[in-house]
Design a protein around this ligand. Structure first.
Ligand SMILES: NC(=O)c1ccc[n+]([C@@H]2O[C@H](COP(=O)([O-])OP(=O)(O)OC[C@H]3O[C@@H](n4cnc5c(N)ncnc54)[C@H](OP(=O)(O)O)[C@@H]3O)[C@@H](O)[C@H]2O)c1
Length: 346
């Protein structure tokens, strides 16, 4: 299963899940392996079985997700598994997609295939967390990324924040961008930093995440580098003079953009995981809207030595207002540390 997960890691099949599959012959030899490439492409297990041909008979299929039993762009994988004569299936978690949701396992067992389910389920979910959150909640997973000084400042009083962390940490942040479908900032970050929001990694040839901008009622800059990337701009209402090449979506609420409606719209476009790289205002809005699934904090090895801007805007009124988080990973990049947290119920 570790090898099957490795096959699917770093693939870009969204809105479909990342899936890896391995076929072993009856005597345990590796005969085929595949990862799913995305909508319209064969599913990982169907492709691996097609490659394996007769060598799959009496063998084992290892697949990171429950095989499908419905006809979508492609024929049901359960049919391919049964007709290939596979004796045993070792699978990851139940596919939370309502069209599958246990039916694949049930159909395999009904056909006499031995099924071991939820093998390394946690590892599989961690390889494609956006898929599981999207199918369970009909909204994308939101990861808030923050770079801050050792004493918790994300910008100086003059608005400068480039750079609070080392080149090593910033390279890792680009790897994070490469793993998501969209990168979001608020208008304040567009004004202050003029970010491109693109993946800039050596030899990167994968898709670029969609730039997503959240704007209130103040004018956006006339020119910004991100406009060239055809961003989607969410604002309370559409203005007359919006940037060319941007798609503007109105999502009105009394407090600005209706972030729940925004999340639904992003999900409906097939984006399963969004990295939020905005400033303190957007981070606070996302937290208040209950749209923080994960927090990635890069702590730079520098001391601000005073108050500029904290990662989340607004006041911290009382200790009871704090949100409990669960630490899931600690990593070091040059002089900096990356801390990854999930919300407790996430
Ligand atoms: N260290 C880091 O990780 C990091 C990351 C990003 C930015 N920064 C720094 O943060 C500073 C900018 O902070 P910021 O708080 O202004 O940035 P921001 O949160 O990216 O942008 C704030 C703006 O976004 C819009 N906005 C956010 N939430 C909204 C909502 N729910 N509804 C409607 N509009 C909403 C508003 O636009 P309108 O103005 O149009 O109302 C708001 O003024 C800069 O100094 C930048 O360098 C630091």
């Amino acid at each position: 299963m570790t090898d099957a997960v490795a096959l699917a890691t770093d693939t870009h099949p969204h809105p479909n899940p990342r899936v890896g599959a391995i076929v072993l012959s009856a005597d345990g030899q590796l005969v085929a392996q595949h990862a799913h490439a995305g909508p319209g492409a064969p599913h990982a297990e169907a492709a691996a079985l097609a490659d394996a041909g007769d060598r799959a008979r009496g063998g084992t299929l290892i697949v990171t997700l429950e095989p499908c039993s419905h006809r979508g762009h492609t024929a049901p994988c359960v049919d391919a598994i049964v007709s290939a004569g596979v004796a045993r299936v070792l699978a990851g978690p139940v596919d939370p997609d309502p069209r599958v949701a246990g039916r694949g396992f049930a159909a395999l067992e009904a056909a006499g295939v031995a099924v071991e389910r939820d093998v390394d389920g946690g590892t599989v979910a961690a390889m494609d967390p956006g898929y599981f959150i999207h199918r369970a909640t009909a909204r994308p997973m939101f990861t808030i990324k923050i770079a801050m000084t050792l004493d918790g400042q994300v910008a100086a009083l003059d608005g400068t924040s480039q750079w609070l962390t080392s080149a090593e940490a910033r390279l890792d942040a680009h790897r994070l961008r490469a793993s998501v479908d969209g990168v979001m900032v608020g208008a304040g970050t567009v004004r202050a930093d003029d970010p491109l929001l693109s993946v800039r990694l050596p030899n990167y040839a994968g898709p670029q995440p969609m730039p997503l901008l959240i704007a209130g009622r103040n004018p956006l800059p006339k020119t910004a580098r991100v406009y060239e990337r055809g961003p989607i701009i969410y604002r309370p209402e559409v203005h007359g003079d919006e940037p060319q090449d941007a798609e503007v979506v109105a999502a009105w609420s009394p407090n600005g953009v209706d972030l729940t409606a925004m999340a639904k719209d992003i999900a409906s476009r097939g984006m399963l995981h969004v990295l939020v790289e905005g400033g303190p205002t957007l981070a606070r809005s996302m937290l208040e809207a209950n749209l923080v699934d994960e927090l990635v904090v890069y702590v730079g090895a520098s001391l601000a030595g005073g108050g500029g801007a904290a990662p989340f805007a607004g006041g911290f009124e009382s200790i009871s207002a704090a949100t409990e988080m669960a630490l899931i990973d600690v990593a070091r990049f040059g002089p900096d540390v990356r801390l990854t947290y999930r919300t407790e119920d996430g």
